[in-house]
Each structure stands twice: as C-alpha cells, then as structure tokens.
Design a binder for this molecule. Structure first.
Ligand SMILES: [Zn+2]
Length: 492
C-alpha cells in the first residue's frame, strides 16, 4: 500500500479541523514568505491544490501532510494542532465555519470572502453577530429535555401556590369592573366590549395561520380570530380573552421555553378568571361546600363554560378558598396523560426525569375506568386505593377532534365528604408503579401471545413524552394481546 495514500488525517475529521489545518498551512507559508506557487512547487502540487487545502475545502492525504510539514519546517503534530495560529486565523475559522453551517445558509446571504483585505475589526464584528444569531436560534428551539424541565418547574411552582394567582385575579376583577360584569355567563357582546375597552377590534378571518389560535396585531390594535364559531372545540370567548391576557398582563416576548409556558399558563388563567369570576365562583362553591354538595358541573352550568374549563378553574379556588387539596387530570382514551395538576399528594406516573405529561395512567384509576362506563353523559365517581392513600375522584368523558378525553377532579378520602358523588360504591385498588398492577399483561394472555406478535407502533404524537418502556415502545401490550385473543381464529 502506498504511503498512507487513502488515510484520513484523523478518523471523522470534520470541516472545522480542515479549516484549522488550512489556516495553519497558510500561516506557516506566509511566515516563510512563499507564494502558493512556491509552496506548490516544493511539494509537487498545483497552486490551486494548495489553495483548496488552505481554504479547508480539500482533505490532504497523510503522505502530502508529511511532505508539507517537512518543507514548512515543522513536526507533523504541529501541523495538525487544531489551535488556530493567530487571533486573526481563529476568527477566520469561526466565521468560515458559521458561513458553511445550516443556520447561516438558511438566511440565503452571500458568503463573505475572507481575504487579507477584510479588516480584522470587521471580522470580529461578523463573528460576534454570527455567535449571537446561532445562540438565538438555539434558544427558540427547546429540546425535549428543556421542555420537560420547564414543565416540571412550572408544576412545582403551581403546587407551591395552590394553583392560585392573586395578581391575575386582581387584574381580571379590574377588567370585569370596567364593563360592569359580576356573575353569570360572559356573553360574546361583553367579550367584545372588553376588547374595545383595551383598544382592540376583533377580526374574524378565514386564513388564520394553521399553527395559531389567534394573532394580535399590536400596531393596528386588532385581534385576528378564526371564523369558526367553535374552533377545534375551543370556547371562542376564551381565545379572545387569552389574546387580551397577553396585553393586559404585559407579557414581553418569551426568552425561553420556560417563559413561553409560564405566559401560556398566565393567559389561560386570566381568561378563566374572566369567564368564572373569583367572587361569584367562590360564593357558589362555598354554598355547595356548606351543604356538602360540591360539583364541578354546577360551576360549569352557572358560567356556561366547558367541563374542562370548570374543572381546571376549580383547582384555582378549591385549596385557597375552601381548604381542599385536589388533583386534576386530562387523559386520552389511550391512557396518555395530557394535563395534570396536584397538591393532594396523588402519585402521578412519571418518567425517570420526573415528567408526567405523556405518561400512561394506571388502568385502575378513575381517569381511565370512566371510559368503560356505558353512560357517557353522567359523571363517574370512584374511590381508588393507591400505594400512598385513598382518593375520591369524579370523571367525565368529552369528545374532541383528537378522540375522547376524560377530565377528572380528585381529592383525598377525608375531603370526599364535601362532594356530590361521595356515596358511590365504585372502588378500585391500584398498586402502580408495581408492574403487576396493570402494566404487565395478565399471565394467561402473556403465555399465549408473548413472542408471537409484531405490532407496528403508531407514531407517538405527544411531543413531551419519552419513549415509553416495553418491547414495542408506545404499544399497550395488554390491549394488543386482548385484541389478538379476540380476533384469533378458533383452535382446531
Ligand atoms: Zn395500575
């Protein structure tokens, strides 16, 4: 084999290494006072080939590197030293690397030619701008890990304040006072008045960007909304009030994913505090508690909001005003937890990082048992003994474009006495996260089907979910085996 003719410099040497090498070759050549042609002649290569090497566009073979090192009077190791020889060379490498990267390329700007005529201070400024740009792009694209950490921190913060935000309650009360609304359902007309009071006109359009619920134009004081009366099953009043919330609460542009989440929680809270005003809602709840007849349905009906909105609002007020710790869950029919809040010690399923969103809820819990109840119009009540303690829960199923979801409100056993539905006879025991509770398929089925099936998993749509454990991530093995059992041709 010829002297290392096909051996790369270092395994996996990237463009950055080639750029550093090129700058070092150029630095050493210029120190000798040689032209490209003179160095080319010394190593028996064309000047254009040397130029390609100096610009980091060609990877020289080891034999050529040895020759270059010899004629330039340095050791091979010195030639391959990745440290740029001068500040100027370091800047050139950094700028060139950024120019060749995807972030800069995506801007469609012409690359700057890094000749000797380019002043070093211009190079300094260019490099600093590129660094700032790339940092911004990274901040905007949160990794799943960052997203999970932000979610976890936010949930801990909400638990610490019993999910009650006095400043937002005050802001909402002031807004309601300006339009003279105190109780009952907030009409579309009053919502429009509230917007007008803050100088905003509502515009319903057909071509709202697919990825948005609303767009607020701060320059022209307009809020653009979809034309559909109930876009994606959402309360159109809530969409307007959330958009106004960002203005009233003075939200700056979010600087991180955590900021973004916090602002979304706050604007949702603001909208809920307008749709279910604190004073009127607490009066209703206090009366119901006194007669031991608390029910999310009454809150929902008094203010004409969705069951989910009423249940979530209940978590804002129950602990702070009624002294009742609670939990809230929104669970897809496939068992995936989409939204969760607790300050009553219920042990939500978590992944190893402590994230709960995207995890599969115990099959025995009310939030999943409710899907098996034939009467979807009635609220389903259940006491569940868990590893920690017993909880009383009330759940309802709602149809959405993305399938059925259960909305659950729960409280510790001792607090069940305040709720309608406390006399239920439904009881279940959950030993999750013990795998024998519901995660491992029943032995009879497993014996029958283990190793005998290849399901193709549906793409996991939930962004925040880690890959669930199991042989086929995302596939519920009990469900799978049940299915196989049901559809298997009769033996014999
Ligand atoms: Zn379980």
């Amino acid at each position: 084999m010829p002297d290392g003719d096909v051996t790369p410099i270092t395994p996996g040497a990237g463009p950055a290494d080639l750029l550093s090498l090129g700058r070092r070759v150029r630095h050493l050549r210029q120190r000798k006072g040689w032209t490209l042609a003179e160095l080319g002649a010394a190593v028996e290569r064309a000047p254009s080939a040397i130029s390609l090497i100096e610009n980091g566009r060609r990877e020289p073979r080891l034999s050529l590197l040895r020759t270059l090192a010899a004629v330039l009077g340095v050791d091979l190791a010195d030639l391959l030293d990745p440290t740029p020889p001068t500040r100027r060379a370091a800047l050139e490498v950094a700028v060139e690397r950024a120019q060749r990267g995807p972030a800069y390329t995506a801007l469609g700007l012409p690359p700057v030619s890094l000749t000797r005529r380019l002043p070093t201070d211009a190079l300094e400024a260019l490099s600093a701008l590129q660094t700032a740009l790339i940092r911004r792009l990274h901040e905007q694209a949160a990794t799943p890990e960052e997203a999970r950490r932000a979610n976890r921190e936010l949930r801990a913060d909400m638990r610490g304040r019993d999910n009650y935000y006095p400043a937002i309650e005050r802001a909402a009360a002031e807004v309601l006072a300006t339009v003279g609304h105190t109780s009952g359902p907030l009409s579309h007309h009053v919502v429009t008045d509230i917007a007008a009071h803050h100088g905003f006109a509502l515009h319903h359009v057909r071509d709202l960007p697919q990825s948005t619920r609303s767009v607020t134009d701060l320059r022209n004081h307009r809020i653009y909304l979809p034309q559909s009366l109930s876009p994606g099953g959402r309360d159109p009043r809530a969409i307007v009030l959330q958009a106004l919330g960002a203005v009233v609460l003075g939200h700056p542009e979010p600087k991180s994913y955590g900021d973004f989440l916090r602002q979304r929680i706050e604007t949702n809270y603001f909208a809920a505090a307008l749709l279910l005003p604190e004073r009127a809602a607490v009066e209703l709840l206090q009366r119901a508690k006194n007669s031991r007849d608390l029910a999310v349905e009454d809150l929902r009906d008094a203010f004409a909001v969705s069951h989910e909105a009423a249940a979530h609002r209940f978590t804002n007020l129950a602990s702070h005003h009624l002294g009742i710790p609670v939990h809230f869950m929104r669970v897809h029919e496939n068992g995936t937890l989409y939204k969760a809040y607790e300050n009553d010690g219920v042990n939500f399923p978590t992944d190893p990082t402590g994230a709960v969103e995207g995890q599969r809820v115990c099959r025995k819990w009310t939030a999943r048992a409710v899907f098996a109840v034939p009467n979807k119009l009635a609220t389903y009540f259940q006491y569940t003994d868990t590893q920690r303690s017993t909880f009383w829960c009330a759940a309802r199923v709602e149809d959405t474009a993305d399938g059925q979801f259960s909305v659950t409100i729960g409280a510790p056993f001792v607090a069940s006495k305040w709720f309608r539905g406390r006399d239920t006879t439904h009881r279940a025991t959950s030993t999750c996260p013990d795998p024998t509770c519901c995660r491992r398929p029943p032995a009879v089925l497993a014996d029958q089907w283990s190793g005998q099936a290849i399901p193709s998993a549906r793409a996991h749509s939930h962004l925040l979910a880690a890959l669930p454990p199991g042989a086929f991530p995302g596939v519920d093995e009990t469900e799978l085996y049940d299915f196989l059992q049901r559809h298997a041709p009769a033996a014999g």
